[in-house]
Design a binder for this molecule. Structure first.
Ligand code: ADP
Length: 228
């Protein structure tokens, strides 16, 4: 479904963030990407989102070259990709309900759909009780569960999670990983970056290890091979 064909990314300051990367991610896979800071993980995710262009090579979604899409098409494509970040990125002046509704409105969903789907996704992340709370009234783990609900409410094909547990305690980290697994079991592709060895060990899914912009290991059984 996602295919990187010999992708190199050189930023204007001459940093080479990706170096001749070839990679396939199939529908319904759960892929973790690990590597030290600066290894190229975020750039890899930005390529999938069409936020950065390859200097050489191409990135495909199904048979479409992401970077050849016109503005309207790239916006439609991005709706098929849900995103989750370490810093949650919730709108602080909106309630949990409104944060999720906002993402639905941006996709042109009707008020009826919003009223029926928001409680449903909050149930999936076990946060129904907080529907009227503001982000400032939630713990880090709860904020991230809202961010996940927002990412899945428009039923994306792919979820991209960039260090989603980086700011969380171990108990919340465990909850977030369980939710991501559940979403994956329901049929959504998940691509996760993490530094957390415990997550990789508990997932037992595919792990891609990056170093200096290259994939140095691609392990189907979920081994964490990064050295400290
Ligand atoms: P990671 O997510 O693994 O920490 P990044 O993809 O953020 O890695 O960065 C890979 C390399 O590219 C690093 O050397 C980083 O300094 C460089 N880099 C990332 N983003 C930019 C940018 N916008 N401009 C210039 N260099 C960048």
């Amino acid at each position: 479904m996602i295919y990187f064909d010999k992708v190199t990314k050189k930023y204007p300051n001459e940093s080479i963030a990706l170096c001749d990367v070839t990679l396939s991610v199939h529908p319904k896979e759960f892929v973790s990407v690990v590597g030290h800071s600066g290894a190229g993980k975020t750039t890899l995710l930005k390529m999938i989102l069409g936020e950065e262009r390859p200097t050489k090579g191409a990135v495909f979604f199904e048979s479409v070259k992401i970077h050849d899409l016109k503005k309207d098409d790239i916006n439609n494509y991005r709706r098929r990709v849900g995103t989750i970040f370490q810093d949650f990125r919730l709108l602080p002046h909106l309630t949990v309900f409104e944060n999720i509704a906002f993402a639905m409105q941006a996709c042109g969903r009707s008020d009826e759909e919003i009223i029926s789907d928001v409680p449903h996704v909050l149930e999936l992340v076990d946060l129904s009780k907080k529907i009227s709370s503001f982000p400032g009234e939630l713990s880090g783990g709860e904020k991230q569960r809202v961010a996940i609900a927002r990412a899945i409410v428009n039923q994306p094909d792919i979820i991209i999670a960039d260090e989603p547990t980086g700011n969380l305690d171990p108990a919340s980290t465990y909850d977030i990983v369980q939710i991501l697994k559940k979403i994956n079991d329901l049929g959504t592709t998940v691509i996760l970056t993490t530094h957390n060895k415990g997550i990789i060990d508990s997932l037992q899914r595919r792990v891609i290890t990056m170093e200096n912009g290259k994939i140095v290991q691609d392990d189907k059984d979920g081994r964490f091979s990064m050295q400290d």
